[in-house]
Design a protein around this ligand. Sequence first.
Ligand code: G3P
Length: 225
Amino acid sequence: MELLLDTANLKSIRDAVSTYPISGLTTNPSIISKENRSDFFALIKEIREILGKERTLHVQVTRTDCEGILKEAEAIRRHVDEDVYIKTPVSKEGLKAIGIMARDGFNVTATAIYTTIQGELAAMAGAKYLALYYNRMLNLDIDADAVFRTTASAIAASGLDCKIVGASFKNIMQVTNVFADGAEAVTVPPELLDTALANPSIDLAVRNFNKDWEKVYGNKGISEL
Ligand code: G3P
């Protein structure tokens, strides 16, 4: 299982990596624009510094033609590092670029995936991660769980070195659903992640345990005994 952050906000990234078991981070042009930074590569490098080399960094291209995508991939790799994942939408031009990048040794994350066939094509073209858009599928009346399940079983049957990263979440149940559907990774906005543990029942349980403890040990903790 892998948990990635879907944000480019430096403060949120710092907070989240100190708390959650984060294995990487994804961006897209909308996420980047929210930070309103003209120095795009400086922002990406700051993100890389917080993540360290042990976590994966997935940066999305903005051009839509194959040649433009390849130029951006070169630029991203030059400014960031060789490990960076080039996040590329699975359009016809995108798929062509994915195949070329994979052959040239780039790490590729295929994105904007709404259908099983998009995922299968990108996996065959050499993408290492497939970003499937759960909530956006639901908004289109697409059976998102079925798309995740069929894509996951196709990858498993093929033996390809490719992981599904569930993306586009509006609530935590959607996140747990895609893991149950066979996704190996999810990318989640930090503010949504925080709702997972904002559960009054957890606090109540802890308070009640402590009340019982105090009956015998007062306010001493285990390390003070
Ligand atoms: O990274 C792309 C994906 O997570 C999109 O999410 O919330 O814009 O549907 P959303």
